[in-house]
Design a protein. Structure first.
Length: 227
């Protein structure tokens, strides 16, 4: 059995687009509508800068998580430490899939805990509002990347088990690239795409896909523990 890796992280980000709509759709829409009229022709440039900043923060968070996980495994001296972290990542992904499909809302409690940290980070983003140029959009995207989100947290737990800072960074970058198509399109075609992504059937399909990936992750972790 192959270990779930970067392609799986990309698919989690892609399938989680319906969740990104709920968490970030309003931000993206407000950002797009708030641009000066003179900048309408550069909408894609602003959106790319905004999302590049967001992906940079994801990558930094992944590197920190990967480094923390590697240090914990080295200090514990337990050969099963990585498999236990992989198991935790699979359980988080399972919770995420159930949440995306509308079958369980417990992940909201995890996001609420992250909200305490966000209260201290969010004021930093106000310094770059209103956004007047792509550089301001880049900095604002970096702040946005720390928005509390169960989708991000589930992949960060996965990054803890990545085995190092570099691997954790690549895992979170792959996930971020998966979220990119939905949020870029949301920024340019806000209203129409928003209605399409809110369809219950699409949410259930996304939830089922993430649950399938969670099953693969759990099977890999349990195989490592039993071996």
């Amino acid at each position: 059995m192959l270990e779930p890796g970067l392609p799986a992280a990309f698919l989690v980000g892609l399938a989680g687009g319906v969740h990104c709509l709920g968490m970030c759709g309003g931000i993206v829409t407000a950002f797009s509508l708030g641009l000066p009229e003179a900048q309408d022709g550069r909408l894609w440039a602003f959106q790319l800068a905004y999302n590049t900043g967001r992906l940079f923060s994801y990558t930094v968070a992944g590197a920190l998580a990967g480094l923390l996980g590697a240090l914990a495994m080295d200090l514990s001296g337990l050969t099963v430490a990585r498999q236990l972290l992989q198991l935790a990542a699979g359980l988080m992904m399972l919770a995420l899939g159930l949440y995306l499909g509308g079958w369980w809302r417990g992940l909201l409690r995890v996001e609420a805990l992250g909200g305490r940290l966000w209260r201290h980070i969010e004021p930093l983003g106000r310094r770059f509002l209103p956004v007047r140029d792509p550089l301001s959009a880049l900095w604002l995207g970096m702040v946005w990347g720390w928005l509390p989100c169960g989708l991000i947290y589930s992949v960060l737990v996965w990054a803890l088990a990545a085995g190092g800072a570099g691997r954790g960074a690549l895992l979170m970058l792959s996930f971020g690239l998966g979220t990119l198509p939905n949020l870029l399109l949301m920024g340019v075609f806000a209203a129409g795409l928003g209605r399409w992504l809110r369809r219950p059937g699409l949410r259930r399909l996304a939830g089922a896909l993430v649950i399938a990936l969670a099953a693969l992750q759990l099977a890999w972790a349990l195989r490592g523990l039993s071996g």
